[in-house]
Structures are given as structure tokens and as C-alpha cells.
Design a protein around this ligand. Structure first.
Ligand SMILES: [Fe+2]
Ligand SMILES: [Fe+2]
Length: 277
């Protein structure tokens, strides 16, 4: 099933506008690319559109979870706005893909969202884990990923789109951190026990989505797609520099995550030896 066109609405962040600042109409750096690089970048950005839409579905789950948890209205409305943001991200990424393709590309096929089961967690804890898994882990990682993309990008269209995405994802991460901060210490300690396996799986998914590409070129970095090595360093950096310090600030146990990070943050096999630390 194809993603429907224009799902974002006037109730969204920019009152129905796609972006805060317009994406440049002309980008001579795109015209200067080889046909092969243009095609590759179109494919990368088109796939990003599909992934952004799937995050929109994830925020439907988050919003419902926050309602069930009786979270403050401010957090629920931030989650509601995040759904609209992700619809905007979908269209923005499709638009950027179209610029590389040199023609208007259709919306991509919809990706299936696999909602984590969190087996063994109470319904209340499961709802919190949905919020923490998506916002504290995935959105914080997304922010680090986009920051890395912006750092290496020079193409005006890519830079404008990446900046727009980045500022929203930082906001989405805050939903999770605010919720975590609102819990009492006993509940945070419960969440802490789930954080290592969730962080491991989150990094594994991100690495799968950004595979090593032997034909990667600087041209791709200039338009928002840095190499796998650079990207993976940024993903691990998100854990080391943002997520672990944030958890520590909230007095959550990070020993397992830190030991696994210190040993190289391997995602090729389940890191069971660090579980009991
Ligand atoms: Fe997004
Ligand atoms: Fe997001």
C-alpha cells in the first residue's frame, strides 16, 4: 500500500506549511552530480521518506501510551504534533528525493511497523517503554545521525532539509526525556533494567539501515548520506555522549551499556555477558 499524499495539516507545527524555511528552488550542486550519484541519492532519500512515515505510525502508539499513562497534556500534544511532524518529514524527504531524480517521485510504499512486545513488562511499564524506546533511544539517535549528516553536507537542498528534520527530532527526543524525568526513582530503576537490551536493538536496527557501501563517494556525503563508518561512529556517539549521560543525570544504572560500549558496542551477536553487570 502506498503512503497517502499530504497527510500533514494546518494543526501542525508550521500551520500547514511543509517547512519553517523554504527549501531552495535552485541547487547547482545537484545539477553537477553524475547520473549514477543522482539516482543513488534519490533512492536513499526516497527510502528515508518511507522510514519517516513509519515513525509517524510509531508516534500514534506513543501518543496512545501517554494518554493511558495520564501524562500531562503538554506531552500528549507534543506527541500529537510529532505525528504531523513525521508526515511532514515524509513529504520533505520525498521532495528531496524528487530533486535528485529530476522528476516528481510518487510516495513510497508504506513500511510495516513492528511494535515491540516487551514481554514480561506490566501494561504500565510497557507503555513507558514504548515512549522511552522511541523518544529517548530512537529520536535521540536520529538527532545524532542528522547532526552527522549536516556536518558533512554542503549541497543547499540537502542542508536545508536536514536542518529542518534535525530541529524536529531534537524536540521528539525531549518527549521521552521529560516522561522519564517525571517518573519516581523506583519506576526509573525498573526502566533502567530494560535500557541495555533496548539500546542494543536500537543500534542494531540503525546499523542495518545504514549498511557499508563499497562504492560510497564524497558526493553522497555532500548531499546528506555520509559513509557507514562515519555514520556508525555518530550512532555510538549518541549513546556515549547523550543517552548514557542523560540516564546518569536521572540516576539510572548504566553499567551494562557502558561496559558494552567500552568493549566496542558489537551488534553482531546478543551481548549477554554484559547483562548482569
Ligand atoms: Fe522524522
Ligand atoms: Fe522524529
Amino acid at each position: 500500500m502506498r503512503i497517502p499524499e499530504r497527510e500533514y495539516t494546518e494543526a501542525g507545527r508550521w500551520k500547514g506549511r511543509l517547512t519553517n524555511k523554504p527549501i531552495p528552488d535552485h541547487d547547482p550542486t545537484i545539477d553537477a552530480l553524475s547520473a549514477a550519484d543522482r539516482e543513488k541519492l534519490a533512492t536513499i532519500w526516497h527510502h528515508r521518506a518511507a522510514m519517516e512515515r513509519r515513525v509517524g505510525d510509531a508516534f500514534d502508539v506513543i501518543r496512545e501510551a501517554l494518554v493511558r499513562l495520564r501524562a500531562p497534556e503538554t506531552l500528549v500534544s507534543l506527541a500529537t504534533r510529532a505525528i504531523d511532524d513525521e508526515y511532514r518529514h515524509t513529504e520533505l524527504s520525498r521532495l528531496v528525493a524528487s530533486r535528485f531524480a529530476g522528476r516528481a517521485l510518487p510516495m513510497p510504499e508504506r513500511l510495516h511497523l513492528e511494535v515491540p512486545k516487551h514481554k514480561g513488562a506490566s501494561p504500565e511499564l510497557r507503555d513507558t517503554l514504548f515512549v522511552v524506546g522511541q523518544c529517548v533511544l530512537n529520536e535521540t539517535t536520529a538527532s545524532a545521525f542528522l547532526e552527522c549528516c549536516v556536518k558533512h553536507a554542503t549541497g543547499p537542498v540537502a542542508v536545508a532539509a536536514l536542518r529542518e528534520l534535525l530541529s524536529d527530532e531534537i524536540d521528539h527526543g525531549r518527549i521521552g526525556w521529560s516522561h522519564l524525568a517525571s517518573l519516581d526513582q523506583a519506576k526509573r530503576n525498573e526502566v533502567a533494567r530494560w535500557m541495555f537490551p533496548m539500546a542494543y536493538l536500537n543500534l542494531q536496527i540503525w546499523k542495518k539501515e545504514t549498511p557499508y557501501d563499497p562504492s560510497h563517494s564524497e558526493a553522497l556525503s555532500r548531499h546528506g548520506s555520509p559513509s557507514a563508518e562515519v555514520t556508525h561512529a555518530a550512532l555510538v556517539g549518541a549513546l556515549e555522549d547523550l543517552i548514557v549521560p542523560g540516564m546518569k543525570e536521572l540516576e539510572m544504572n548504566t553499567a551494562s551499556i557502558e561496559a558494552w560500549l567500552a568493549a566496542g558496542a558489537n551488534t553482531d551477536r546478543a551481548p549477554i555477558e554484559f547483562l548482569s553487570i
